[in-house]
Design a protein around this ligand. Sequence first.
Ligand SMILES: [Zn+2]
Length: 311
Amino acid sequence: MKVKPVLLFICSLTLFVSSCRQPAEPQADSGRMSILVTVGMLTDIVRSLAGDTAEITGLIGEGVDPHLYAPSAADVRRIQAADGILFVGHHLEGRLQPVFERQAAQGKRVAALAQRIPDEKLLLDEDGNIDPHLWMDVSLWSDVAREAHAVLSEWMPEATEALDRNLEALLADLEALDREIESILADIPEARRVIITAHDAFGYLGRRYNLEVMGIQGMSTESEAGLRHINELVATIVDRQIPAVFTESTIADRNVKALIEGAASRGHAVRMGGELFSDAMGAPGTPEGTYAGMIRHNARTLANALGTSGP
Ligand SMILES: [Zn+2]
């Protein structure tokens, strides 16, 4: 391999700036496409789809809020070095999207997968913006998996056979997961089927599995929650005797605590129901560090706190 000495030379040159890691080395020596994927939920299904046909790297790690995520200089170099970029879109990755669009204009392979789903399947907020949290509905995430498959098949026509096979296996897994989530959540009685969290990330979960959803902040975490809105939510919690509210792994819990204090001051003890994974998965190597594990954790947390068999 003639490229090796050259690569080593580049590595030693860049060692002072950043470590010469795999993500920055497209087509290093494998000849495979290097594809950079934004959030973990998407990286997970793209990795299952690609198998060993491409090198898949996640950009945004656990516990990190994609709405606010601003690319570092090292990220921009990784984005430039990748052969392809897959992201959710609909402004989930608000500050990365313009970077991706500039790359696309320069000829880079870039695809916003949620933006390929027909609008009529998606939810809107009160300002008419599309809700980007599609992974909360496992059946809708299967549609995104189909779109990822279509894009990868176009980028890597030589890998079609493996991609088709991997898609079939992935869709079977997601279908089983969808049924499992439905059965876990079925435990919650009708009057208690309400999710109150830090921001509006659970709309698709609510639509698919029949739960009412209220967020303190809107669909993006960029806007601050108004005091008035917190007071309105406190009134709803007290009026309907809602037993629990939930924090999110990517968002500070002070607003959720304000709800609990507000309800307590009006004589209703609402519990902290637990932490939900909204816009990022858990740590790698833990059950919540996968898409299925994260979704399962959320369903069990909700069922434990709101269900009749819960505490
Ligand atoms: Zn969000």
